[in-house]
Write a protein that binds this ligand. Structure first.
Ligand SMILES: O=C(O)CCC(=O)C(=O)O
Ligand SMILES: [Fe+2]
Length: 207
């Protein structure tokens, strides 16, 4: 690991962590409005099991998983309506973080919202449902801490652990864009504003 500037760390080439970079309280207010229009739901995988994490989306496109597999859609199947507009402070945060991490010109059209309660996790996976993998992924953590892990271009082998706290922003692109990654089972703790939960916002260029 190498310091780029005071509170940013290069986890591996193409992956940069901006610690405490996001205005968590401001994002929290916008998040509540988004979820009024597009409530959380538990998505099914193509194999028929349910993800432990609950999700929603905002922006032009939303990420979906069901028996047909993974895809992006401009309509929320729960409401039959377009996804809520991506709040301006969400988009600005993602664009600024990408630029600082060395990916200028990032214009996200999708923001996946993940909701973790203690005991939930996200298994090792690649983010590869986006048609433009030249664009990075910008991932914002809110609420209680999580143990994120990064493998390489293969699902197996040793992983790099990354502790993610409220306000941390992780950007991965370039050589790390398709690296396998995931989140270990969440331990119980409480955040003063969010309570015993974690939120993750991932900004993508879907189409
Ligand atoms: O919750 C996180 O920090 C990671 C989420 C993630 O990898 C994803 O939504 O694809
Ligand atoms: Fe991911």
């Amino acid at each position: 690991m190498r310091d780029l500037f005071s509170d940013s760390v290069e986890i591996c080439p193409g992956m940069v962590l901006l610690r405490d970079f996001a205005d968590s309280a401001a994002l929290q207010g916008e998040l509540e409005s988004v979820l009024m229009a597009a409530p959380l739901r538990r998505m099914q995988t193509s194999r028929g099991s349910y993800m432990s994490v609950q999700t929603s989306n905002c922006g032009q496109f939303g990420w979906l998983s069901d028996r047909q597999g993974y895809r992006y859609s401009d309509i929320d199947p729960l409401t039959g309506e377009p996804w809520p507009v991506m709040p301006v402070i969400f988009r600005q945060l993602a664009e600024t973080a990408a630029e600082l991490a060395g990916f200028p010109g990032f214009r996200p059209d999708a923001c996946l919202i993940n909701y973790y309660q203690p005991g939930t996790q996200m298994g090792a996976h690649q983010d590869r449902d986006e048609s433009d993998c030249d664009a990075p992924i910008v991932s914002v953590s809110l609420g209680i801490n999580a143990r994120f892990f990064v493998l390489g271009s293969e699902r197996r082998g040793s992983s790099i652990p990354v502790n993610l706290s409220d306000g941390d922003v992780l950007v991965f692109g370039g050589p790390a864009r398709l690296f396998f990654h995931g989140v270990r089972k969440l331990k119980f703790s409480e955040h003063p504003r969010f309570g015993p939960v974690r939120w993750n916002l991932t900004f993508r260029k879907a189409l």
